[in-house]
Write a protein that binds this ligand. Sequence first.
Ligand code: ADP
Ligand code: MG
Length: 281
Amino acid sequence: SIPLGLYAGLGKASKVGALIKGGNYLELLKDVDTVVFDKTGTLTKGSFDVVEINGQDDLLMYGAYGEYYSNHPLAKSIVKKYGKAIDESLISDFKEIAGKGIDVYIKQHHVILGNATFFEEKNIVVKEPSRVGTIVYIAIDEKFAGSIVVADQIKETTKQGIQSLKKVGVKNTVMLTGDHHKVAQDVASQLGIDSVYSELLPSDKVTQVEQLLSQKQGYVAFVGDGINDAPVLARADVGIAMGGVGSDAAIEAADVVLMQDNIETISDAISISYKTNRILK
Ligand code: ADP
Ligand code: MG
């Protein structure tokens, strides 16, 4: 049976916005010394704005048609920027490759959209825009056609959330992302995150967390929001999902759900874990 003090602690945690799925996770939280974050949608808002278009006049049209069937936040921003009706009959053979991009036919043209790694694999040489942001490169009929640069914003609560973790004894903060290293470095340095791993595929994120688990002294928590994060959430000692923006799969796989999507809640939950432990002793 669960001691009464643990019930009280779980209740306090839920009042501050952390839904903890069991007393054992509440006990464990005080011994977390590494917190690993997914970038997009967790540290940042995950709602992108198109900030630059480089290429032919109809590039945005190809971008919007190419991204039409994708649920990725990048895709939604490009379709929104285009703003016009999409004629679905012009799109065929849509394929989305997680962490890389899209391969599709638009008006009988073979169109590829995605990041630098994806284009390297396809042996298509790209021209890198000067603007810092997440870059969606576009090729039409195997020829580089241009790029769309989109930018995300750090959430208002993120910086304070990282600082509060240090105050409750977290020694190591880590960011994992599929995004380009320039964007990753920019976000991490603004936030004071200790280490950054970028240009990762969803499976690479699992490998990174396993590596951290193997060097462990304290416990490792992973905080994420997306469908692709579910395997990582399950692997960490404590999986923490964003409750509002998080996908159902992420919420299901998590041990802790942050109901207000605010990472400051993590340090609050760790404090409650310390207090509960003192009461139980
Ligand atoms: P994160 O790790 O930041 O949550 P993802 O794993 O979802 O990001 O995606 C990693 C990278 O893969 C993106 O930054 C982008 O470069 C590329 N990518 C993924 N999906 C798409 C898409 N639908 N269109 C273009 N690029 C994409
Ligand atoms: Mg993500």
